[in-house]
Design a protein around this ligand. Sequence first.
Ligand code: ADP
Length: 312
Amino acid sequence: SYGDLRNATNGFSSSNMIGSGSFGIVFKAFIPTEKKVVAVKVLNLQRRGAMKSFMAECESLKDIRHRNLVKLLTACSSIDFQENEFRALIYEFMPNGSLDKWLHQEEVEEIHRPSRTLTFLERLKIAVDVASALDYLHVHCHEPIAHCDLKPSNVLLDDDLTAHVSDFGLARLLLKFDEESFFNQLSSAGVRGTIGYAAPEYGMGGQPSIYGDVYSFGVLILEMFTGKRPTNELFGGNFTLISYTKSALPERVLDIVDKSILHSGLRVGFPVVECLTLVYEVGLRCCEESPTNRLATSEVVKELILIRERFF
Ligand code: ADP
């Protein structure tokens, strides 16, 4: 209930806040009856009423389960103490936070900063995890689900650094339930940094699609293995300017990659250029301009696993 969530988050206090994103504010909460730490995402919706249809949508989201998706535990739709409508999604808590924080540690406050950088192999495992989650959403769910907002802050890491994708199904929920908020929030999200991850066709009025997710995934692995955000000037402000990267393969691969990646637990003599080139090629084939020329998620999973088996 609203009261339970209020207690569990110390009255939604700022000390319990763990982040804020395109669709709401996230709080850490301890649920005493379950003896469980959870993440409570308080949604910022325009639409009023329709509590039942909201809860019905959330029920169908709860059926979407995969080892690389953040588990939606329950939802709450209620009236708060000030008689305002309150809606929240309650997820399992991911103790190692978002991939974004691990990739761009220099931007993170010292108390939240990870104690080390991710190794090359860990990055490859995370890429396989995220691709597997997408493949499940695109192909193995009872109906194909496009994530629509894949980016490193939506990839969360558990205790052993297994990656879990969050916010899946939220686009669909909001689109059905509160179309106005959906489009408002997507455009404001653009200003806040999602822009580099959205497929070029989205900028031309294209509908959200599984092909768009593959594009975002391509950006994500290029970011993971260069250490550079897609908005980095090196990429002309956007990874869509692939020509730079393409001509950089393979001779200049080492120029664009963050040196910390090269020093992350690789054995002496590891064929880093060869391995990076293959990973980049997967990323670039996900970022093809034409949506149907992009790799399918099942191919992405297969290719990344082949690379892992060949080099590690
Ligand atoms: P964004 O739109 O930036 O992805 P979110 O609203 O999904 O934002 O989440 C904001 C931040 O809250 C995330 O970047 C992450 O650090 C944190 N967060 C979200 N969900 C969880 C969770 N289940 N466990 C731990 N941290 C979470």
